[in-house]
Design a protein. Structure first.
Length: 277
């Protein structure tokens, strides 16, 4: 277990900070720092930094030396009280840019933080600044991934939901019936997790009746049905209504996915079983 909160940095910025710290007279300034594998979020202890490479211990405990540029999608994790967080050891240009960008995004109501990399902050700014028709599916999914990543940090979970909802509400200003499936799904998700149950039910009403969206695939309808079932369970916990509707959409989700339950659907079933007792 770490004894200190860890700050996330881009690997290139981490390397620059190490060089600054060495120039400032610190020896082995990478000690107690980690690199994080983005595939499975393994935190791997750094044991050396030199000549544009980082050496760290693999999951199996074997030293591995990798060039900085190969780690462009990885992040470095630095204890909050570490010498590399001292202003004298921080690359001023990138730090100042991030500070200004964070302040600008916070002024928009997006509670971003320094644990996001500069490229991630740029992406959120770009997505929030654009109307839905100015985005494409690839850009939106990149944005979802960045926001979702914050859920891995317990103290940022609520901020993640708030950021997600703020961005999705901006994209969801047009008629719900004409929104792309990925926007519908994520809008429902973030409305639910920001406790906007009625609004989550509104966006998932595209599954039936006059609001039915015929352009949705079976899988997309299954995902939305699970979200709708979960929203009805939220409603049941609030005022005791909605349990039967939750059951109906759990069955809907299962059927739409050809009789196969997703992990999310199974979790929702377990929640339903617990609440009906």
């Amino acid at each position: 277990m770490h004894q200190d909160n860890l700050i996330e940095m881009e690997v290139s910025d981490f390397y620059k900070s190490v060089l600054l710290a060495v120039a400032n007279g610190f020896q082995a300034p990478w000690e107690n720092c980690y690199v994080c594998d983005p595939k499975n979020y393994d935190e791997l202890l750094i044991i050396s930094v030199k000549q544009n490479t980082i050496t760290f211990l693999s999951v199996g405990g074997i030293p591995r030396t990798v060039p900085i540029n190969v780690l462009s999608k990885w992040t470095a994790l630095v204890p909050s009280s570490h010498i590399l967080t001292n202003p004298q050891n921080r690359p001023n240009d990138n730090y100042e840019f991030k500070r200004k960008l964070i302040l600008e995004l916070r002024n928009f109501g997006l509670p971003v933080n320094f644990d996001l990399t500069r490229s991630e902050l740029d992406l959120i700014f770009k997505c929030y600044s654009r109307e839905l028709q100015e985005t494409d599916r690839e850009l939106r999914h990149a944005c979802y991934s960045v926001i979702k990543k914050l859920e891995n940090f317990p103290h940022y979970i609520r901020d993640s939901y708030r950021i997600g909802r703020k961005v999705l509400e901006k994209w969801g200003q047009s008629s719900i019936k004409h929104l792309p499936a990925d926007v519908l799904i994520h809008l429902a998700y973030y409305r639910r997790w920001t406790k906007a149950t009625a609004a989550a039910l509104e966006v998932t009403a595209c599954l039936e009746g006059g609001s039915f969206n015929s352009s949705l695939s079976s899988r997309e309808r299954s995902i939305l049905a699970t979200e709708r079932a979960a929203a009805y369970l939220d409603l049941y916990e609030k005022n005791g209504s909605g349990l039967l509707s939750a059951l109906r959409f759990l069955k809907y989700s299962h059927a739409a996915n050809r009789g196969v339950s997703s992990v999310e659907n199974l979790m929702c079933w377990k929640r339903y079983d617990r609440l009906k007792e």
